[in-house]
Design a protein around this ligand. Structure first.
Ligand code: NAD
Length: 270
């Protein structure tokens, strides 16, 4: 449960880098397999296709959890309200479960105003939960002090080689749920010898072992695949467990190496 009382599925489905033309059958497949949480973003350029898949699924709207994100170019109070309307039009939805500030863009200094617009959208009942993505401790401290509200979620790059211990601890201390993006290191961790060995011992796949590591740490996790068999494989993670030594062996792979940009300096779109 999030700090605002809402509930988010711990395992969801990400659609970064899935083109608009391909995304509808991919999301349809994920919903068929059982995923009930979809993570998109305005900048992914596929909100319309995601919305089409949700509508066509016939699954009641309140059984699907939808997340989208505000892009860097839209920071600021009024521009955030406009960007939200545009995302909702593309998604074809009138209610959003979770809206995230995609990146803090510290150099622009506008994430507090942006979050104030999020607070307004929440109080109007248009968004269930409001959160952030790629926020560092220093950004979270500024936001909480100036906006007077703690975000429900911080979605950050997090996988076995980027364990984010300090940030996860800060999130936990402030009842912020940590959500892991690129949970598989964009696929780069799937041939890691430690992970491959654990997977063989358990007769599971490396992707399943990594997703299980996230779940057992308490992370929300949103792996992405466009391949039906992998979409199913990544959801089939609730009938086995990693023991303590396996969890520790995977956590020891932390080298602090990112596959994505550094939030301190990332300002694409400005
Ligand atoms: P990921 O770690 O989920 O890895 C996805 C890649 O791993 C796939 O493209 C595929 O190559 C491989 N893969 C997945 N399942 C596999 C399997 N079972 N077997 C073999 N290979 C497999 O990477 P991601 O897509 O970057 O991250 C997941 C989601 O996180 C995104 O789709 C997006 O929704 C979100 N995200 C958010 C941000 C942000 O800034 N907030 C940034 C990046 C991603």
């Amino acid at each position: 449960m999030l700090n605002d009382g809402n509930v988010i599925p711990q395992l969801g489905f990400g659609v970064f880098q899935v083109p608009e033309d391909d995304v509808t059958p991919v999301v349809a497949e994920a919903l068929k397999v059982g995923y009930r949480s979809i993570d998109t973003a305005a900048v992914y350029g596929n909100e319309e296709g995601v919305g089409r898949a949700i509508k066509a699924s016939g699954i009641p709207r309140d059984e699907i959890y939808v997340t989208t994100k505000l892009w860097n170019s839209e920071h600021g109070y009024d521009s955030t309200l406009r960007a939200f309307d545009a995302s909702m039009r593309r998604l074809g939805l009138d209610y959003l479960d979770l809206y995230l500030i995609h990146w803090p863009v510290p150099s622009a200094g506008r994430f507090v105003d942006t979050f104030r617009a999020f607070q307004a959208l929440k109080s109007q009942g248009r968004v269930g939960s409001i959160g952030v993505s790629n926020f560092r401790v220093i950004d979270l401290e500024t936001l909480i002090a100036e906006a007077g509200e703690t975000p429900a979620v911080n979605q950050i790059e997090l996988h076995p080689t980027l364990g984010q211990r300090e940030l996860r601890q800060y999130d936990a201390n402030h009842a912020i749920a940590t959500e892991a993006w690129s949970p598989l290191g964009q696929g780069t961790l799937l041939d890691n010898p430690t992970i491959v060995t654990i997977a063989k011992e358990l007769d599971r796949t490396p992707a399943q072992v990594i997703i299980r590591w996230h779940l057992q740490l308490g992370n929300i996790v949103i792996p992405k695949s466009v391949t039906p068999s992998r979409i199913a494989e990544n959801f089939d993670v609730f009938s086995f467990e990693l023991d303590g030594p396996a969890m520790e062996a995977i956590s020891r792979l932390d080298t602090g190496s990112r596959v994505g940009p550094d939030p301190a300096t990332f300002s694409a779109g400005l």
